[in-house]
Design a binder for this molecule. Sequence first.
Ligand code: BMP
Length: 363
Amino acid sequence: PTLKATFASRSETATHPLNAYLFKLMDLKASNLCLSADVATARELLYFADKIGPVIVVLKTHYDMVSGWDFHPQTGTGAKLASLARKHGFLIFEDRKFGDIGNTVELQYTSGAARIIEWAHITNVNMVPGKASVASLSHAASRWLQRRDYEVKTSISIGTPAISNADDDSERSDAERTDGSEEAPLPDNNGRKGSIVSTTTVTQQYEAVDSPRLIKTIAEGDDSMFPGIEEAPIERGLLILAQMSSEGNFMNKEYTQACVEAAREHKDFVMGFISQETLNTQPDDAFIHMTPGCQLPPQGEDENAAVKGDGKGQQYNTPQKIIGVAGADIAIVGRGIIKASDPEEEADRYRSAAWKAYTERVR
Ligand code: BMP
Protein backbone atom coordinates (compact mmCIF):
# COMPACT_ATOMS: atom_id res chain seq x y z
CA PRO A 1 0.00 0.00 0.00
CA THR A 2 2.94 2.38 0.44
CA LEU A 3 4.74 1.59 -2.82
CA LYS A 4 3.25 4.51 -4.74
CA ALA A 5 2.99 6.90 -1.78
CA THR A 6 5.58 9.68 -1.67
CA PHE A 7 7.83 10.12 1.34
CA ALA A 8 6.21 13.55 1.85
CA SER A 9 2.74 12.03 2.10
CA ARG A 10 3.97 9.22 4.36
CA SER A 11 5.42 11.86 6.66
CA GLU A 12 1.89 13.23 7.09
CA THR A 13 0.30 9.86 7.85
CA ALA A 14 3.12 8.29 9.90
CA THR A 15 2.14 6.85 13.27
CA HIS A 16 5.63 7.02 14.76
CA PRO A 17 7.01 10.54 15.39
CA LEU A 18 10.50 9.54 14.21
CA ASN A 19 9.03 8.19 10.96
CA ALA A 20 7.17 11.47 10.45
CA TYR A 21 10.48 13.27 10.94
CA LEU A 22 12.52 10.88 8.82
CA PHE A 23 10.17 10.90 5.82
CA LYS A 24 10.16 14.70 5.92
CA LEU A 25 13.95 14.72 6.07
CA MET A 26 14.14 12.32 3.11
CA ASP A 27 11.89 14.57 1.07
CA LEU A 28 13.86 17.67 2.04
CA LYS A 29 17.31 16.21 1.37
CA ALA A 30 16.25 14.17 -1.67
CA SER A 31 17.97 11.23 -0.01
CA ASN A 32 16.95 7.73 1.00
CA LEU A 33 20.49 6.68 1.79
CA CYS A 34 21.90 5.31 5.04
CA LEU A 35 25.64 5.13 5.54
CA SER A 36 26.80 2.07 7.45
CA ALA A 37 29.86 3.59 9.10
CA ASP A 38 31.71 0.35 9.79
CA VAL A 39 35.07 1.74 10.80
CA ALA A 40 37.62 0.75 13.41
CA THR A 41 38.18 4.05 15.19
CA ALA A 42 36.06 6.83 16.67
CA ARG A 43 38.13 9.35 14.73
CA GLU A 44 37.13 7.80 11.39
CA LEU A 45 33.51 7.48 12.51
CA LEU A 46 33.25 11.19 13.29
CA TYR A 47 35.12 12.03 10.10
CA PHE A 48 32.65 10.09 7.93
CA ALA A 49 29.64 11.40 9.88
CA ASP A 50 30.76 14.94 9.11
CA LYS A 51 31.83 14.36 5.49
CA ILE A 52 28.96 12.12 4.35
CA GLY A 53 26.33 13.64 6.69
CA PRO A 54 25.04 16.13 4.09
CA VAL A 55 23.86 13.39 1.68
CA ILE A 56 22.41 10.79 4.09
CA VAL A 57 19.30 10.59 6.28
CA VAL A 58 20.50 7.83 8.61
CA LEU A 59 23.96 7.04 9.98
CA LYS A 60 24.26 3.41 11.05
CA THR A 61 26.83 2.51 13.69
CA HIS A 62 28.28 -0.64 15.25
CA TYR A 63 29.70 1.04 18.33
CA ASP A 64 31.25 -2.25 19.50
CA MET A 65 33.72 -2.39 16.58
CA VAL A 66 34.98 1.13 17.24
CA SER A 67 38.13 1.58 19.28
CA GLY A 68 38.68 4.82 21.11
CA TRP A 69 34.93 5.26 21.68
CA ASP A 70 34.64 7.94 24.35
CA PHE A 71 31.82 7.01 26.71
CA HIS A 72 31.53 10.38 28.41
CA PRO A 73 27.81 11.27 28.31
CA GLN A 74 28.32 14.96 27.59
CA THR A 75 31.47 15.17 25.52
CA GLY A 76 31.95 11.61 24.25
CA THR A 77 31.54 9.99 20.86
CA GLY A 78 27.77 9.51 21.18
CA ALA A 79 27.27 13.16 22.08
CA LYS A 80 29.50 14.27 19.21
CA LEU A 81 27.54 12.11 16.78
CA ALA A 82 24.30 13.61 18.10
CA SER A 83 25.66 17.08 17.45
CA LEU A 84 26.68 16.16 13.88
CA ALA A 85 23.25 14.59 13.36
CA ARG A 86 21.64 17.89 14.23
CA LYS A 87 24.03 19.88 12.08
CA HIS A 88 23.62 17.78 8.93
CA GLY A 89 20.11 16.43 9.49
CA PHE A 90 20.30 12.66 9.95
CA LEU A 91 19.21 10.09 12.52
CA ILE A 92 21.62 7.80 14.35
CA PHE A 93 20.88 4.10 14.15
CA GLU A 94 22.92 1.78 16.37
CA ASP A 95 22.78 -1.61 14.64
CA ARG A 96 22.98 -3.46 17.96
CA LYS A 97 20.73 -6.38 16.98
CA PHE A 98 19.65 -7.03 20.56
CA GLY A 99 18.94 -10.73 20.97
CA ASP A 100 18.30 -11.94 24.50
CA ILE A 101 15.58 -12.25 27.12
CA GLY A 102 13.56 -9.12 27.82
CA ASN A 103 15.23 -8.17 31.08
CA THR A 104 18.72 -8.41 29.57
CA VAL A 105 17.98 -6.37 26.44
CA GLU A 106 16.40 -3.64 28.57
CA LEU A 107 19.59 -3.30 30.58
CA GLN A 108 21.82 -3.52 27.49
CA TYR A 109 19.79 -0.77 25.82
CA THR A 110 19.76 1.70 28.69
CA SER A 111 22.83 1.06 30.83
CA GLY A 112 26.40 -0.14 30.59
CA ALA A 113 29.22 2.05 29.36
CA ALA A 114 27.63 2.83 25.99
CA ARG A 115 24.12 3.85 27.11
CA ILE A 116 22.85 3.36 23.59
CA ILE A 117 19.46 4.92 24.30
CA GLU A 118 21.08 8.28 25.11
CA TRP A 119 22.57 8.90 21.68
CA ALA A 120 20.93 6.53 19.17
CA HIS A 121 17.53 7.62 17.88
CA ILE A 122 17.05 4.14 16.45
CA THR A 123 18.23 0.67 17.34
CA ASN A 124 17.19 -2.81 16.25
CA VAL A 125 16.33 -6.23 17.58
CA ASN A 126 17.00 -9.75 16.41
CA MET A 127 13.71 -11.30 17.45
CA VAL A 128 14.94 -14.89 17.77
CA PRO A 129 14.28 -15.03 21.55
CA GLY A 130 10.64 -14.07 20.92
CA LYS A 131 8.32 -11.08 20.90
CA ALA A 132 9.04 -10.28 24.56
CA SER A 133 12.31 -8.65 23.56
CA VAL A 134 10.35 -6.08 21.53
CA ALA A 135 7.96 -5.42 24.43
CA SER A 136 10.88 -5.02 26.83
CA LEU A 137 12.80 -2.58 24.65
CA SER A 138 9.59 -0.59 24.19
CA HIS A 139 9.05 -0.58 27.92
CA ALA A 140 12.63 0.56 28.54
CA ALA A 141 12.22 3.42 26.06
CA SER A 142 8.99 4.69 27.58
CA ARG A 143 10.46 4.56 31.07
CA TRP A 144 13.46 6.50 29.81
CA LEU A 145 11.18 9.12 28.26
CA GLN A 146 9.13 9.40 31.44
CA ARG A 147 12.24 9.93 33.52
CA ARG A 148 13.35 12.64 31.12
CA ASP A 149 9.99 14.39 31.34
CA TYR A 150 10.22 14.27 35.09
CA GLU A 151 13.75 15.68 35.02
CA VAL A 152 12.81 18.49 32.69
CA LYS A 153 9.83 19.39 34.89
CA THR A 154 11.81 19.38 38.09
CA SER A 155 14.88 20.83 36.31
CA ILE A 156 17.47 18.76 38.04
CA SER A 157 20.79 20.44 37.53
CA ILE A 158 23.35 18.25 35.88
CA GLY A 159 26.57 19.57 37.34
CA THR A 160 29.94 18.12 36.45
CA PRO A 161 31.20 16.24 39.49
CA ALA A 162 32.02 13.20 37.40
CA ILE A 163 34.77 15.04 35.57
CA SER A 164 35.84 17.27 38.41
CA ASN A 165 38.18 14.81 40.05
CA ALA A 166 41.10 16.41 38.27
CA ASP A 167 40.04 19.80 39.59
CA ASP A 168 39.70 18.40 43.07
CA ASP A 169 43.19 17.11 42.75
CA SER A 170 44.54 20.43 41.54
CA GLU A 171 43.01 22.12 44.57
CA ARG A 172 45.07 19.96 46.85
CA SER A 173 48.39 21.18 48.05
CA ASP A 174 51.35 19.42 46.48
CA ALA A 175 52.11 17.85 49.82
CA GLU A 176 48.78 16.08 49.74
CA ARG A 177 49.46 14.53 46.34
CA THR A 178 50.79 11.07 46.58
CA ASP A 179 53.13 10.88 43.60
CA GLY A 180 53.02 14.26 41.92
CA SER A 181 51.49 12.71 38.81
CA GLU A 182 49.15 14.67 36.54
CA GLU A 183 46.63 11.84 36.55
CA ALA A 184 43.44 12.37 38.51
CA PRO A 185 43.24 9.74 41.25
CA LEU A 186 40.46 7.19 41.17
CA PRO A 187 37.92 7.76 43.91
CA ASP A 188 38.81 5.84 47.05
CA ASN A 189 38.07 6.02 50.74
CA ASN A 190 41.20 8.01 51.51
CA GLY A 191 40.68 10.80 49.02
CA ARG A 192 39.03 14.03 50.10
CA LYS A 193 36.10 13.56 47.70
CA GLY A 194 36.79 9.99 46.88
CA SER A 195 34.59 8.28 49.40
CA ILE A 196 32.07 5.62 48.45
CA VAL A 197 29.36 8.20 49.10
CA SER A 198 30.68 10.58 46.49
CA THR A 199 31.04 7.75 43.95
CA THR A 200 27.32 7.10 44.38
CA THR A 201 26.59 10.78 43.89
CA VAL A 202 28.59 10.80 40.68
CA THR A 203 26.63 7.79 39.42
CA GLN A 204 23.34 9.49 40.22
CA GLN A 205 24.40 12.60 38.42
CA TYR A 206 25.36 10.58 35.38
CA GLU A 207 21.85 9.13 35.55
CA ALA A 208 20.44 12.63 35.44
CA VAL A 209 22.15 13.56 32.19
CA ASP A 210 19.61 13.87 29.42
CA SER A 211 20.64 14.01 25.85
CA PRO A 212 18.39 16.68 24.32
CA ARG A 213 19.72 19.21 26.77
CA LEU A 214 23.26 18.03 26.28
CA ILE A 215 22.83 18.13 22.52
CA LYS A 216 21.67 21.73 22.89
CA THR A 217 24.65 22.51 25.08
CA ILE A 218 27.05 21.09 22.54
CA ALA A 219 25.31 22.83 19.69
CA GLU A 220 25.06 26.14 21.51
CA GLY A 221 26.60 28.88 19.44
CA ASP A 222 26.51 26.50 16.48
CA ASP A 223 23.93 27.94 14.08
CA SER A 224 24.86 25.54 11.29
CA MET A 225 21.93 23.28 12.10
CA PHE A 226 20.50 21.66 9.00
CA PRO A 227 18.09 24.26 7.59
CA GLY A 228 14.41 23.69 6.99
CA ILE A 229 13.82 21.13 9.71
CA GLU A 230 13.62 21.20 13.46
CA GLU A 231 15.58 18.97 15.79
CA ALA A 232 14.58 15.28 15.76
CA PRO A 233 11.85 14.42 18.27
CA ILE A 234 13.20 12.91 21.47
CA GLU A 235 11.22 9.69 21.01
CA ARG A 236 13.16 6.50 20.38
CA GLY A 237 12.44 3.95 17.66
CA LEU A 238 13.06 0.30 16.92
CA LEU A 239 13.60 -1.62 13.71
CA ILE A 240 12.91 -5.34 13.72
CA LEU A 241 15.43 -7.48 11.84
CA ALA A 242 12.90 -9.39 9.76
CA GLN A 243 15.04 -10.54 6.83
CA MET A 244 18.77 -10.66 6.23
CA SER A 245 21.01 -10.11 3.23
CA SER A 246 23.41 -12.91 4.08
CA GLU A 247 23.55 -16.18 2.21
CA GLY A 248 21.75 -19.12 3.85
CA ASN A 249 20.26 -17.12 6.72
CA PHE A 250 17.53 -18.81 8.72
CA MET A 251 14.86 -16.11 8.53
CA ASN A 252 12.08 -17.88 6.67
CA LYS A 253 8.65 -16.54 5.70
CA GLU A 254 7.02 -17.65 8.94
CA TYR A 255 9.69 -15.91 10.99
CA THR A 256 9.39 -12.72 8.95
CA GLN A 257 5.62 -12.77 9.43
CA ALA A 258 6.04 -13.06 13.21
CA CYS A 259 8.25 -9.95 13.04
CA VAL A 260 5.49 -8.09 11.21
CA GLU A 261 2.98 -9.12 13.87
CA ALA A 262 5.27 -7.93 16.66
CA ALA A 263 5.66 -4.60 14.86
CA ARG A 264 1.89 -4.16 14.55
CA GLU A 265 1.55 -4.83 18.28
CA HIS A 266 4.04 -2.05 19.14
CA LYS A 267 3.33 0.67 16.58
CA ASP A 268 4.21 3.40 19.04
CA PHE A 269 7.80 2.14 19.28
CA VAL A 270 8.51 0.05 16.17
CA MET A 271 9.30 2.25 13.17
CA GLY A 272 9.70 -0.60 10.74
CA PHE A 273 12.10 -3.26 9.56
CA ILE A 274 15.51 -4.19 8.38
CA SER A 275 14.36 -6.32 5.48
CA GLN A 276 15.03 -7.13 1.86
CA GLU A 277 11.62 -5.94 0.63
CA THR A 278 8.59 -4.00 1.77
CA LEU A 279 6.54 -5.82 4.39
CA ASN A 280 3.62 -3.37 4.38
CA THR A 281 0.68 -5.50 3.28
CA GLN A 282 -2.32 -4.27 5.31
CA PRO A 283 -3.94 -0.94 4.41
CA ASP A 284 -2.85 0.69 7.66
CA ASP A 285 0.72 -0.64 7.74
CA ALA A 286 2.93 2.47 7.84
CA PHE A 287 6.34 0.94 8.49
CA ILE A 288 9.65 2.08 7.04
CA HIS A 289 12.05 -0.44 5.48
CA MET A 290 15.81 -0.15 5.45
CA THR A 291 17.80 -2.60 3.37
CA PRO A 292 21.46 -3.58 3.70
CA GLY A 293 23.42 -5.61 1.17
CA CYS A 294 23.58 -2.76 -1.32
CA GLN A 295 26.29 -1.95 -3.85
CA LEU A 296 26.52 -0.36 -7.26
CA PRO A 297 28.70 -1.69 -10.07
CA PRO A 298 31.90 0.38 -10.52
CA GLN A 299 31.50 3.84 -12.04
CA GLY A 300 31.10 3.80 -15.78
CA GLU A 301 29.53 0.34 -15.87
CA ASP A 302 25.83 -0.44 -16.32
CA GLU A 303 24.17 0.83 -13.10
CA ASN A 304 21.83 -2.15 -12.94
CA ALA A 305 24.35 -4.93 -13.55
CA ALA A 306 24.55 -7.60 -10.81
CA VAL A 307 27.14 -7.11 -8.06
CA LYS A 308 29.06 -10.04 -6.52
CA GLY A 309 29.05 -10.78 -2.80
CA ASP A 310 31.99 -10.15 -0.45
CA GLY A 311 33.10 -13.79 -0.12
CA LYS A 312 32.02 -13.79 3.55
CA GLY A 313 28.33 -14.47 3.01
CA GLN A 314 27.23 -10.94 2.20
CA GLN A 315 25.06 -10.67 -0.94
CA TYR A 316 24.50 -7.42 -2.81
CA ASN A 317 21.68 -5.85 -4.76
CA THR A 318 21.64 -2.53 -6.57
CA PRO A 319 19.62 0.44 -5.25
CA GLN A 320 17.30 0.02 -8.26
CA LYS A 321 16.50 -3.58 -7.24
CA ILE A 322 16.13 -2.73 -3.51
CA ILE A 323 14.08 0.47 -3.82
CA GLY A 324 12.55 0.18 -7.26
CA VAL A 325 11.65 -3.51 -7.44
CA ALA A 326 11.53 -4.80 -3.83
CA GLY A 327 9.86 -1.63 -2.51
CA ALA A 328 12.19 -0.85 0.40
CA ASP A 329 12.60 2.81 1.40
CA ILE A 330 16.19 3.33 2.50
CA ALA A 331 19.31 1.71 1.03
CA ILE A 332 22.03 0.94 3.58
CA VAL A 333 25.55 1.12 2.16
CA GLY A 334 28.79 0.37 3.99
CA ARG A 335 31.94 -0.64 2.14
CA GLY A 336 30.56 0.59 -1.18
CA ILE A 337 31.14 4.10 0.18
CA ILE A 338 33.68 3.69 2.99
CA LYS A 339 36.23 1.86 0.82
CA ALA A 340 35.80 4.07 -2.24
CA SER A 341 38.75 6.20 -3.33
CA ASP A 342 36.52 9.27 -2.99
CA PRO A 343 33.85 8.42 -0.39
CA GLU A 344 32.09 11.79 -0.63
CA GLU A 345 31.64 11.56 -4.37
CA GLU A 346 30.67 7.88 -4.16
CA ALA A 347 28.09 8.61 -1.44
CA ASP A 348 26.41 11.09 -3.73
CA ARG A 349 26.41 8.53 -6.55
CA TYR A 350 24.55 6.13 -4.22
CA ARG A 351 22.19 8.85 -3.02
CA SER A 352 21.35 9.76 -6.56
CA ALA A 353 20.79 6.12 -7.68
CA ALA A 354 18.57 5.28 -4.69
CA TRP A 355 16.60 8.51 -5.10
CA LYS A 356 16.10 7.89 -8.81
CA ALA A 357 14.77 4.39 -8.05
CA TYR A 358 12.32 5.96 -5.57
CA THR A 359 11.09 8.73 -7.85
CA GLU A 360 10.55 6.25 -10.67
CA ARG A 361 8.67 3.94 -8.29
CA VAL A 362 6.20 6.57 -7.13
CA ARG A 363 5.76 8.12 -10.56
P1 BMP B 1 28.36 -3.52 3.65
O1 BMP B 1 27.53 -2.54 2.78
O2 BMP B 1 29.77 -3.05 3.79
O3 BMP B 1 28.25 -4.93 3.19
O4 BMP B 1 27.77 -3.42 5.13
C1 BMP B 1 26.48 -3.85 5.45
C2 BMP B 1 26.11 -3.46 6.86
O5 BMP B 1 24.76 -3.85 7.11
C3 BMP B 1 26.94 -4.12 7.94
O6 BMP B 1 27.08 -3.17 9.01
C4 BMP B 1 26.09 -5.28 8.43
O7 BMP B 1 26.29 -5.54 9.80
C5 BMP B 1 24.68 -4.77 8.19
N1 BMP B 1 23.68 -5.82 7.83
C6 BMP B 1 23.79 -6.58 6.69
O8 BMP B 1 24.76 -6.47 5.95
N2 BMP B 1 22.79 -7.49 6.39
C7 BMP B 1 21.69 -7.65 7.17
O9 BMP B 1 20.82 -8.44 6.83
C8 BMP B 1 21.58 -6.87 8.32
C9 BMP B 1 22.57 -5.96 8.64
O10 BMP B 1 22.45 -5.20 9.72
